[in-house]
Design a protein around this ligand. Structure first.
Ligand code: GDP
Ligand code: ZN
Length: 458
């Protein structure tokens, strides 16, 4: 398949020492050569080599820029097409001038994600790998980046493909039985089907158990800081943000009306959110009742409940402790620099075995212990294994759940001794759904929609 030649600035916008304008397509080398003057024509150079020269404006025949041209011939390129990368000076003006030149010579401005889309369309990568490229660009922590890298290497694709293969074998087996009923060994078929389907269903379930963590690594652990007025909630927020370089986010579609700060605590991305306004609101329990506030609090992945060491537990403190029972919470006793009046025994009783950590935010004491506590909570159960295949993408999670549902249907069908061709429908459906993860069975509009979420130049 041949596509037109596209071009874009593929380094981040703004000042930098160098910038790269990337061309991809059949005309990439010809277009680059038409504005290049160097020792030899780019059409004659060996593939995967880099060449110094001047960039000429064909309209005026003037040299406009010094450049290094990387020439990479298909198919050993990211897009599997001819690719030229023009390395030029990093200023916004000069890099734009280079882009304008290649556009004038016949290239088309690439749409966001179009380079990656071509890699997908030309069969270089599958859809889950393309999505990993997008995750990689947005990764907020090293761990999130590892998840994306693993996926880009095709781990998820391989797993999903082998599951599909198993399903395909069962379908083939069923078909033999339909086509040659004289062979009929119905009992045998059912048993074999059940085994295979259980196998696939279990593997899908295992993948789904990684989903929550994968999603958190990708999107951040939504964290609510709660406590009554003046206990030190804002101080805690500031301490976490100051110690852990806040991460700038540009995730498309996140609502901007919630106050959010991203921090990276020992590899755990925290999204400090003002969950339904509870962070700075006083006594939610009083206001909306224990049950309702539990519901609100449940929306957070992690709750940091702050208490004041200098005062006795109040009714409001006790309400909050009751509200976080059974939820993922850490209790923080702040102001340890002041005299202790808090009832530790009573607190122990009410704490529901949540970790209790003492700090003095004023003296910047104990914040490291808190961070350790957060990391420990998150990585409990040895989930931090680096080589794990995480499912982190909501689209993939939804598809895995659907596939599991179809397999479940098939299993019910077998139990109810439904005709074998009815069962086959469900198995085929599961096979198709799994195919959507790797992009085998997706519609064109979905592909367009997915790739449009990319940044320009990728
Ligand atoms: P918030 O209302 O819960 O957000 O509490 P703030 O973070 O605004 O803090 C309330 C007051 O307590 C401020 O005057 C802080 O300076 C003070 N404060 C915070 N942490 C400590 C601490 O560890 N020790 C002492 N002595 N004062 C603190
Ligand atoms: Zn505050």
């Amino acid at each position: 398949m041949e596509y037109d030649t596209i071009a874009a600035i593929s380094t981040p916008m703004g000042e930098g020492a160098i910038a790269i304008v990337r061309l991809s397509g059949e005309q990439a080398v010809t277009i680059a050569d038409s504005i290049y003057k160097g020792k030899q024509s780019l059409c004659d150079v060996t593939t995967h080599t880099i060449h110094y020269g001047k960039l000429m404006d064909p309209a005026t025949d003037e040299a406009v820029e010094e450049v290094m041209m990387s020439v990479m011939r298909a198919p050993r390129t990211f897009t599997r097409e001819d690719v030229v990368e023009i390395n030029c000076h990093g200023g916004l003006v000069s890099v734009n001038r280079v882009l304008q030149l290649v556009l004038r010579e016949g290239a088309r401005l690439a749409e966001p994600g179009e380079f990656t889309k071509r890699a997908f369309l030309n069969g270089r990568i599958d859809l889950s790998q393309a999505e990993a490229v997008m995750d990689l660009i947005r990764a907020k922590t090293d761990r999130a980046m590892n998840v994306a890298l693993n996926q880009m290497e095709g781990r998820l694709s391989k797993l999903v493909s082998s599951l599909r293969q198993t399903l395909l074998e069962t379908i083939a087996h069923v078909e033999v039985n339909i086509d040659y009923p004289e062979y009929d060994a119905e009992e045998m078929t059912h048993q074999l089907l059940q085994e295979k389907l259980h196998e696939v269903k279990n593997e899908v379930a295992t993948l789904l158990t990684t989903a929550q963590q994968g999603k958190i690594l990708r999107e951040g652990l939504s964290t609510a800081i709660i406590g009554r007025p003046n206990v030190g909630k804002s101080s805690l927020m500031n301490a976490l943000v100051q110690e852990n370089k806040a991460i700038v986010t540009d995730v498309a579609g996140t609502t901007r009306d919630v106050i959010e700060e991203y921090v990276n605590v020992r590899g755990v991305p925290l999204r400090l959110v003002d969950t339904a306004g509870i962070r700075e609101t006083e006594d939610i329990v009083e206001r909306i009742g224990v049950e309702k506030s539990r519901k609100v609090l449940k929306e957070a992945d992690l709750i940091l409940l702050v208490l004041n060491n200098n005062e006795r537990l109040t009714q409001e403190d006790e309400n909050l402790l009751a509200a976080v029972k059974g939820l993922n919470a850490i209790i923080i006793i702040n102001k340890t620099d002041l005299e202790s009046h808090i009832d530790r025994d009573r607190l122990q009783q009410l704490s529901d075995n949540h970790p209790i950590i003492t700090v003095s935010l004023l003296q910047e004491e104990g914040v490291d212990r808190l961070e350790e506590g957060i990391a420990k909570l998150f990585f409990a159960g040895g989930m931090e294994a680096q080589d794990m295949t995480y499912v982190s993408n909501s689209r993939h999670i939804a598809l895995l759940q659907q596939a599991s549902g179809s397999i479940e249907e098939a299993l019910h069908g077998i139990e109810a001794s439904l005709p074998i061709d009815m069962i086959q429908i469900d198995i085929t459906r599961a096979w198709e759904i799994l195919g959507e993860i790797v992009g085998d069975t997706v519609s064109e509009s979905l592909i367009d929609q997915l790739f449009s979420q990319f940044c320009l130049g990728k």
